[in-house]
Design a protein around this ligand. Structure first.
Ligand SMILES: *Cc1c(COP(=O)(O)O)cnc(C)c1O
Length: 383
C-alpha cells in the first residue's frame, strides 16, 4: 500500500508541476488535541485561574526596572539560574543545591513525565486533581493509573500505597494542597506515603504557601521525593512563567541534566531574584491573600445558611474555594449567570472553583451569588 502511494506520487509529480500532496497524518496521541483555552474575553472580575489578585509592590517594580536597564539581552541566560535559585532557597530557608528552576512548574511536570519514566511505565495520580498530569503522561505514552478520591474528595493514603505497589507505579504525582478540591494531606500522611513506596513521589506544592504542611525542608531525607513550587500563585507572578523543583542532590542533578539548557529566560531570572529577595513584601501578600480566602469562605458559608442544602463547600487550604451545587446542572447555570455579570470563575463538571479576589471583587461575587439563589427560590415558589 505504502509502495503504491509512493509510486503514484512519483508518477504524478513528473506529470504535473503542482505536486499532489497526501495530507500529513498527525499521530494518534495528538490528533484529537486542541490548544488550551482559558476563559477568553475581558471580564471585569477574574476569579478563574487562582492567580494572586495583588499587583507587584512598587519597591519590587522599581528594582526590576533598574535591573532591566543592565540586562544583557544579547547573551544567553545562566543555564542553572544560580542567583535566582539562591534567592528562592533563601526565601524558603533551604539549600540552593536542592533547587532547579523551570519555565513554570508546568515545564517541570512535562520534563518529569518525559524523562523520569519510560514509555509504557505506570504513573499513579488521583482524581480530581490538576488536569495537566494526565495530559503530559499521555503525550509521553505513560500508562496513567488514576485513583478516584470519592465523594468526600479526600485521599486515602493506605489505598494510594496499595495501588502504587499493585501497579508497580514508577511515579506518584499529585497536588498538595489540591487544585481543584482545595483540600490538603497532612505532612504525616505524605511522609508515610513516601516511605512506603519504591516510586518517585512528585509532590506539587503549588498552593503550599497558603498552608503549613510543606515538606520542603525534608527533601534531603528522601531518595524518592521531588517537590514542585511555583511563582504563579502566592508569589503573584504568573506572567513571568517560573517554577521550581526541589529534591536531593542526585535527583536535582538528573533534572538539570535533562531540562533544556536555557529554559528560564534572563528577564524571568532577574525578576524572580528581585521578588524572592523581598521577603517581607511576599509575606505580607501571602497573608493578605489568606485573609481574603477566609473571608470568601465565610461569606459563602453564610449564604449557605440562608439557602440550606443548596450547595456543599469544603474548608480550603488554598487561595480558592471548591463548591458543589446540589443540582448537577446548576454548576454550569451559575457559571454562566456570573459570566453574564462580568465575573469569571471556573466550572468543572458539576463543581465550581472560585479564586479569592480583592475585598471588592469578593463582595461583588457574593452579591451576585446570593442573588442567584434568591431568584431560584422565588421562581420555585411561583411554580
Ligand atoms: C497553577 C498550578 C501550577 C503552576 O503552574 P505554573 O506553570 O508554574 O504556572 C502547578 N500545579 C498546580 C496544581 C497548579 O494549580
Amino acid at each position: 500500500m505504502g509502495w503504491a502511494i509512493l509510486a503514484f506520487r512519483t508518477f504524478w509529480k513528473t506529470d504535473e508541476k503542482e505536486a499532489f500532496a497526501l495530507p500529513y497524518a498527525l499521530n494518534d496521541k495528538i490528533r484529537e488535541l486542541t490548544p488550551y483555552e482559558p476563559i477568553s474575553g475581558a471580564f471585569q472580575i477574574r476569579l478563574d485561574a487562582n492567580e494572586s489578585y495583588l499587583s507587584l509592590p512598587e519597591p519590587v517594580l522599581a528594582e526590576i526596572r533598574a535591573r532591566l536597564e543592565k540586562l544583557d539581552f544579547n547573551r544567553y541566560p545562566d543555564p542553572i539560574g544560580g542567583e535566582l535559585c539562591r534567592a528562592f532557597a533563601g526565601y524558603y530557608g533551604i539549600d540552593p543545591k536542592f533547587v532547579t528552576a523551570g519555565n513554570g512548574s508546568d515545564e517541570l511536570i512535562s520534563i518529569l513525565a518525559n524523562a523520569f519514566l519510560m514509555k509504557g511505565d505506570a504513573m499513579l495520580t488521583v482524581a480530581p486533581d490538576f488536569s495537566m498530569y494526565q495530559f503530559y503522561a499521555s503525550i509521553s505514552e505513560i500508562d496513567c493509573v488514576v485513583l478516584d478520591k470519592g465523594p468526600e474528595l479526600s485521599i486515602d493514603v493506605d489505598e494510594l500505597i496499595r495501588k502504587a505497589v499493585e501497579t508497580g507505579a514508577k511515579m506518584i504525582l499529585f497536588s498538595n494542597p489540591c487544585n481543584p478540591t482545595s483540600l490538603g494531606l497532612s505532612r504525616k500522611q505524605v511522609r508515610k506515603l513516601i516511605r512506603s513506596v519504591d516510586s518517585l513521589v512528585v509532590l506539587d506544592e503549588a498552593y503550599m504557601d497558603f498552608w503549613d504542611q510543606s515538606l520542603l525542608s525534608e527533601v534531603e531525607d528522601y531518595e524518592n521525593l521531588i517537590i514542585l513550587r511555583t511563582s504563579s500563585k502566592a508569589i503573584g507572578c504568573a506572567a513571568i512563567r517560573l517554577g521550581f523543583a526541589v529534591a536531593n542532590e542526585r535527583l536535582s542533578n538528573a533534572l538539570r541534566a535533562i531540562k533544556s539548557p536555557y529554559n528560564v529566560n534572563s528577564f524571568t531570572q532577574m525578576a524572580g531574584t528581585v521578588l524572592f529577595q523581598h521577603k517581607e513584601l511576599l509575606e505580607r501578600a501571602r497573608r493578605q491573600i489568606i485573609c481574603q480566602r477566609e473571608s470568601l469562605y465565610d461569606a459563602l458559608l453564610s449564604v449557605q445558611k440562608e439557602f440550606p442544602g443548596k450547595y456543599k463547600l469544603w474548608k480550603p487550604e488554598t487561595n480558592f474555594v471548591f463548591i458543589k451545587p446540589e443540582a448537577p446542572e446548576d454548576a454550569r447555570r451559575i457559571f454562566e449567570f456570573l459570566l453574564k455579570n462580568q465575573i469569571a470563575i471556573r466550572c468543572m463538571g458539576n463543581y465550581l472553583r472560585i479564586t479569592a479576589g480583592s475585598p471588592e471583587e469578593n463582595a461583588e461575587l457574593i452579591k451576585l451569588w446570593r442573588l442567584w439563589f434568591a431568584e431560584e427560590e422565588k421562581n420555585h415558589e411561583n411554580g
